[in-house]
Design a protein around this ligand. Structure first.
Ligand code: KIV
Ligand code: ZN
Length: 527
């Protein structure tokens, strides 16, 4: 297949474009909002990972979204990945995206409208002819503002083949350069996806001029399988997110697709330009920013993905790793570190350990903050496990841009008198103190937070777990807050459960502040 794409030139045989939508579809899912600094940090990590396109957001959705798309476009004003901004079929959306993307060296306007009978009738209240006309009008408008235009058929996999062909033909004719057919609700099976892409490529006039793209949701756990099937059907762009985050059950996971392609070149003849050794640190960065860890058995990036427990497996791996490992842990960024950390470990050993844990290079200030907390933990715990270090790095280093920061806490608890807490927080750069009594030390500390930073959010969930085993283990606390229908989860870790609780509450509050700055677009996209 030879396609001449405005952003990628002549696509070599087997070249596959990785379109990352962690910052748009991923960020759109409940609890995953990121602030501007976090989005920029993620964008840099995605670039180091080698993705081709970063979907930076949905500019019309809110001033915050507009600003972050613009800031990412500015980051890539001279070189770097293509920066895409999502729009509905609406003139204001397209103009807003064009404006936000203006600084980018390689901007892409991505426009979407639903094409399935159900979505057209119930959601859009438009006839198929009206939708077709809208494709003509809005692709033309987008093309007027950008050379690189992606058109998406929302709920494409549940659309009627003839109508889908007509829409795709119109989109190509009026200037779309990438045609994306999402399985928006994660309904399709791999054979259907492969057949759909093959059908479009053979039936639609002009299909040879564009790149076909797959965008699969994971409602039936098939997003990655469907993406591989799309490649077999001739798709040359795949849309995915780090750790598979996204609406409902998520999107296809970037790390799983890339490693499936790399591990089975005999079955999938494609070449993504991803630097696989950077996968783990990107995954960890996202987990730390959002506060959502991947499950231990998550393929590629889960803590157990390369762990061998059974004697038979261990014996096999010791004789020859390929007996039970289909890819090397190093190829995705895991590295063996024999460094045991304790209170005598120095800064250099700590930096090495962070690298081995997949955190890559972190700045001197952040290293100092993390090192200070590590020493504090090491003073209180006999053995500092890798999990302890991950917990404190996630907790401390990545909160650098938060408006509210924990400073100190002193609590008095017991059975003789009401518990009391004296809490110091730094709010927008100013340190303030409050004292409160409550029904137990956690309650007292949370009341003190409310005194220092008044808010209406209600506590929906409070849960405590241990990072490792033993009575000196760090506690990892999750706090869920709800305010005016907006839900956020915060995480905090510390050897002191009450301190971990305050850190988790403060983390959730900071996330709520990011959410407050946003207003939902009038007719939000379903995925
Ligand atoms: O799932 C979907 O249909 C989408 C589109 C906006 C591409 O996310
Ligand atoms: Zn989606």
């Amino acid at each position: 297949m030879s396609v001449n794409h405005p952003s990628f030139g002549q696509l070599a045989d087997g070249r596959v474009i990785i379109f990352d939508t962690t910052l748009r579809d991923g960020e759109q899912s409940p609890g995953f909002s990121m602030n501007l600094a976090e989005k920029l940090r993620m964008a840099e990590a995605l670039t180091e990972l080698g993705v081709d396109v970063i979907e930076a957001g949905f500019p019309i959705a809110s001033p915050g979204d507009f600003d972050s798309v613009k800031a990412i476009a500015e980051l890539y004003a001279n070189k770097g990945p293509v920066v895409a901004g999502l729009c509905r079929h609406d003139r204001r959306d397209i103009l807003s995206a064009a404006e936000a993307l203006k600084p980018a060296a390689r901007p892409r306007i991505h426009i979407v409208i639903a094409t399935s009978p159900l979505h057209m009738r119930v959601k859009l209240r438009m006839t198929p002819d009206e939708v077709l006309q809208s494709v003509i009008d809005h692709v033309s408008l987008a093309r007027h503002h950008a050379e690189d235009v992606e058109w998406s058929a929302e709920d494409g996999s549940r659309s009627e083949a003839d109508f889908l062909c007509r829409c795709v033909e119109a989109a190509i004719k009026h200037g779309a350069t990438t045609i994306n057919i999402p399985d928006t609700v994660g309904y399709a099976l791999p054979e259907e996806i492969e057949a759909m892409f093959s059908m479009l490529r053979t039936r639609v006039p002009g299909a040879e001029k564009v790149v076909f793209s797959a965008h699969n949701h994971n409602d039936l756990g098939l997003a990655v399988a469907n993406t591989i099937a799309a490649l077999r059907g001739g798709a040359r762009q795949i849309e995915c997110t780090v750790n598979g985050i996204g609406e409902r059950a998520g999107n296809a996971a970037l790390e799983e697709i890339v490693m499936a392609i790399r591990t089975r070149p005999d079955q999938v003849n494609c070449k993504p330009a991803v630097i696989t050794e950077n996968i783990l640190k990107t995954s960890k960065l996202l987990a730390a920013i959002t506060g959502f860890d991947v499950q231990p058995n998550k393929a590629i990036v889960g803590r157990n993905a390369f762990a061998h427990e059974s004697g038979i497996h261990q014996d096999g791996v010791l004789k020859d790793a390929s007996t039970y490992e289909i890819m090397t842990p190093e190829s995705v960024g895991w590295s063996n570190s024999s460094l045991v950390m304790g209170k005598h470990s120095g800064r250099a050993a700590f930096r090495d350990k962070l690298r081995a844990l997949g955190y890559g290079e972190i700045g001197d200030n952040q290293l100092n903050d993390a090192f200070r907390r590590f020493k504090d933990v090491a003073d209180r715990k006999k053995v500092v496990f890798d999990e302890d270090i991950s917990a404190l790095v996630d907790d401390e280093v990545l909160r650098a841009n938060d408006r509210i920061r924990f400073v100190s806490l002193d609590v008095h608890a017991g059975s003789k008198r009401p518990a009391s807490a004296e809490l110091e927080l730094e709010i927008d750069g100013t340190v303030t103190t409050a004292t409160a009594t409550g029904d137990g030390p956690v309650d007292a500390a949370f009341i003190a937070i409310r005194k220092l930073f008044a808010h209406d959010a209600t506590l929906q969930l409070y849960s405590v777990g241990a990072v490792t085993e033993g009575t000196d283990a760090q506690a990892r606390v999750t706090v869920r807050l709800e305010e005016a229908g907006k839900m956020v989860d915060g995480q905090g870790a510390d050897t002191d459960t009450i301190v971990a609780s305050v850190r988790a509450y403060v983390h959730a509050l900071n996330k709520l502040l990011v959410k407050r700055a946003r207003t939902a677009p009038p007719a939000a996209l379903s995925a």
